[in-house]
Every structure is written in structure tokens, then in C-alpha cells.
Design a protein around this ligand. Structure first.
Ligand code: ATP
Ligand code: MG
Length: 396
């Protein structure tokens, strides 16, 4: 029954002179997101508002599901847009709307009228009172509660009259493409997809780099990372995924360096290589799924050691998150089930029994001197043989 959605956004509204850039990005992201949904959609801006209008049949559930994945939207309101055909007609439409939307009429409500057009014959207070009365006449089970109503019936007198009472929560954040690009270090775990999602939520476009170690890690482990990127891309849009063969570097470090330092040294090379691709493609930062104290390589001391190799800022959105809180987000964005599939990841194969938890940077650097002979060549080889997979969302 709804032929339109009113799209609410919050933070964009405070962007001053640049506001139109954010709104335009939002409109184009909505259009992109709806391209695979059944139906015809017109997405348009009007006086600080965005509307999605449909003509004819469309898939309501899929439309809402798609809109829920567009960053920058705080609320999705199925709305009735009508011309001003007099007050009686307005009341009739409101009553029809209530009847169709709420099977059980046992709830409290208030009418909340606003006039953008001041030449309407009634003021807001009068509209509230008069529409309220008509609603009570039509549905005596309903009760008015102006302080804490179960349902707010919004009536906005604008160019057209807007009637809505349902607001579906949006993804929030900022529209994609309004904040530059970042390189996510994407593993097959729970954390890094969540980290990528969170940074992307601030409007940042995401690229990703995955390090694998065939034959120690399988084709299925790689496919799992591709699947995770696909899941993420429902929110982040297309992702260029760099798959880097890390085996020779790992074996070389394993051969030359103390085993308790393996993870840290490996991590440092991962960061360096990811940064290379980041700079090459114009990314302004790196993103990881690290969180203080989660494992030996994520103590504050370890983070000093891994951070040290990077020139670009390293964003760690999960830094103060507990695992349980990370899992909650993973669940919400539907990456969790994929993340827990039991495929080996390249770090679990070369882990030491007793990794250092408080690495000393000068010792680490000293160990790395043992790599001087071949490491540059191996890094170059890893970079030159990168496989780039263009990941696009398959589901809404
Ligand atoms: P995740 O759940 O994201 O795998 P984790 O708890 O397993 O994290 P670590 O293995 O210590 O943690 O990795 C920390 C971070 O380093 C990851 O969040 C990810 O950003 C990056 N990382 C680890 N392994 C890889 C890999 N094979 N390829 C790309 N990035 C990786
Ligand atoms: Mg991991």
C-alpha cells in the first residue's frame, strides 16, 4: 500500500555548505542499492528530504532490506504522499492508513502535525486535535497519550501531504564515498570484517588485502575470505580484494628468526605489503581488526611493534571492544557464521607455542636483520604476483 519511503538522515543535515554533496552521495548510493530489487524506483531530493518513490508493483521486504544497508540513513519511513484534497479527505486517509497498518488497535497514540506550508487553513495544534478526534471516532479502542504514545502519527503539510507512523531503524553512519578510501587487512576471522564494516560506516570506501600461504592454507580458506568480502560488500559496496601469496616470506622468517617473534615479524611484513597496495590505490589509511590484549600479538607492546612499520595511519575500530561485542556486530552484518568456519588461517600454522607478549622493538629489528639477504626480493615477488579479485554483493 505504500508507494513511497521517506528517508531520514541525521548527521548529514549538519554539514553546512557541503550538505548537498552528502545528500547527492546518499541518493546515488540508494539508487545503486536498489538496482537489484524488483520494482521501479525514483529516488529524489526535496527540501532537505530524500524520498524513494515506487510506481506499480515492488518487493516491499527487499526494498526495506536494501535500504537498511545504506549508510547515512537513520530511519526508513513508509509514507503516504497525497495532494491536498481538503481536510476531510486527509482524515479519511489517516484512518485508512491506521486500519491497514495496525491489525490490533489496542495502543496509545498521538498525532504530530507539522506545517512547512503556513498557508494551510488549520495550524498544527488544530490538526492534532481534529485528526485525533476522528481517529478516536473510527477506532474507539485506541487511546491518546501525548507523553509516551506507542505510535506517533505524523502528518506533514509540505508540497504534498506526508502521512507516516512507522520508522524502521537505518544503518546510520555517513554515505559511502564521502570520506576517502582505506585498505582493510582482511583475514578469515571474526574481527576484521567487523572492523571494515565499521570504518566503511563512516563513509569510507574499502579495499582489502588477504595474505594466504598455499599449500599450508587451502583454496577453501581463501574462498572463505572472498565470501566474507562479499557479505561485507552488501554494506561497503564493491571491494577490490588483493590476495597475496605470503608463503615464501613466512617460511623465510620461520627459518631465520626466533620462533617466539614469528607472529610479530610476520605482522610487520603484512602491514608493509598492505601499505604498498594502499598507497598505490590512493588509500588514506590501513584498517585492522585488532583489539587490545585479545592475543599475544595485540598487546600494547605488540601494537607498538606492528605499527612502527607504517607511514599511513592504522585505524583499529575494535581496539576497545570485547570479543562478545564484536560477535554481536558480526551477527548483525551476517559475517559471523562464515567467520567461524574451521579453515586454517596462515598465522595459525606458523604460531609459536610461547609467542612474546611484550616484544622489544630493538630485538625485533635485530632479528629482522637476519632477513636482509632475501627479504626484499621476496616482498617484491609477493607484490608482483598479487591476485586481484573484484568482489560484488550477490545478495541484498
Ligand atoms: P580476525 O578475527 O580479524 O582474524 P584475529 O583475532 O584472528 O582477527 P589476528 O590473527 O591476531 O587476530 O589478526 C589481527 C589482525 O591482523 C586481523 O584483524 C587482520 O586485520 C590482520 N590479519 C591477520 N591475519 C591476516 C591475514 N591472513 N590476511 C590479512 N590480514 C590479516
Ligand atoms: Mg585472524
Amino acid at each position: 500500500m505504500y508507494s513511497a519511503f521517506l528517508i531520514k538522515y541525521a548527521e548529514i543535515a549538519i554539514k553546512g555548505k557541503n550538505r548537498y554533496l552528502f545528500e547527492d552521495a546518499l541518493v546515488s548510493n540508494i539508487k545503486y542499492k536498489l538496482r537489484n530489487v524488483d520494482g521501479e524506483f525514483l529516488v529524489r531530493k526535496e527540501q532537505g528530504r530524500v524520498y524513494v518513490e515506487t510506481s506499480g508493483e515492488y518487493d516491499y521486504e527487499d526494498t526495506v532490506e536494501a535500504l537498511k544497508k545504506v549508510f547515512g540513513i537513520t530511519g526508513i519511513c513508509p509514507v503516504i504522499l497525497t495532494e491536498d484534497e481538503g481536510f476531510d479527505k486527509l482524515c479519511e486517509t489517516v484512518i485508512k492508513h491506521i486500519d491497514a497498518t495496525y491489525k490490533d488497535k489496542n495502543f496509545t497514540f498521538k498525532v504530530n502535525a507539522r506545517r512547512a506550508r503556513k498557508n494551510y487553513p488549520l495550524n498544527s495544534m488544530e490538526i492534532n486535535a481534529l485528526v485525533g478526534e476522528k481517529v478516536l471516532d473510527a477506532f474507539p479502542e485506541m487511546k491518546v497519550d501525548v507523553h509516551k504514545p506507542d505510535v506517533v502519527i505524523n502528518i506533514e503539510i509540505r508540497k504534498q501531504i506526508n502521512i507516516y507512523s512507522v520508522e524502521i531503524p537505518g544503518a546510520k553512519g555517513m554515505p559511502l564515498g564521502t570520506a576517502g578510501k582505506a585498505m582493510l587487512l582482511l583475514s578469515g576471522g571474526i574481527d576484521s570484517p567487523v572492523a571494515g564494516y565499521m570504518v566503511s560506516k563512516r563513509g569510507v570506501t574499502i579495499e582489502a588485502t588477504y595474505f594466504h600461504a598455499p599449500p599450508y592454507t587451502s583454496e577453501r580458506a581463501k574462498q572463505k575470505v572472498v565470501d566474507l568480502a562479499k557479505k561485507m560488500s552488501r554494506y561497503t559496496g564493491k571491494i577490490n580484494l588483493n590476495v597475496v601469496n605470503f608463503t615464501d616470506i613466512q617460511l623465510y622468517i620461520y627459518e631465520k628468526c626466533p620462533h617466539e617473534q614469528l607472529t610479530i615479524i610476520m605482522r610487520r611484513y603484512m602491514m608493509k605489503i598492505a601499505e604498498h597496495f594502499a598507497k598505490e590505490s590512493g588509500c588514506l589509511g590501513l584498517v585492522t581488526g585488532e583489539s587490545i590484549g585479545q592475543v599475544a600479538s595485540q598487546t600494547m607492546q605488540s601494537l607498538v611493534a606492528t605499527n612502527e612499520v607504517c607511514e599511513l595511519p592504522v585505524y583499529r575500530p575494535l581496539i576497545a571492544f570485547d570479543k562478545q561485542d564484536i560477535i554481536e556486530v558480526a551477527d548483525k552484518i551476517d559475517t559471523y557464521e562464515t567467520s567461524i568456519l574451521p579453515f586454517e588461517d596462515c598465522c595459525t600454522i606458523f604460531v609459536a607455542k610461547h609467542p612474546v607478549t611484550k616484544p622489544n622493538l630493538s630485538y625485533i629489528k635485530k632479528s629482522e636483520l637476519k632477513l636482509t639477504e632475501k627479504i626484499q626480493e621476496l616482498v617484491k615477488e609477493a607484490i608482483d604476483t598479487v591476485e586481484v579479485i573484484k568482489v560484488e554483493p550477490e545478495e541484498i
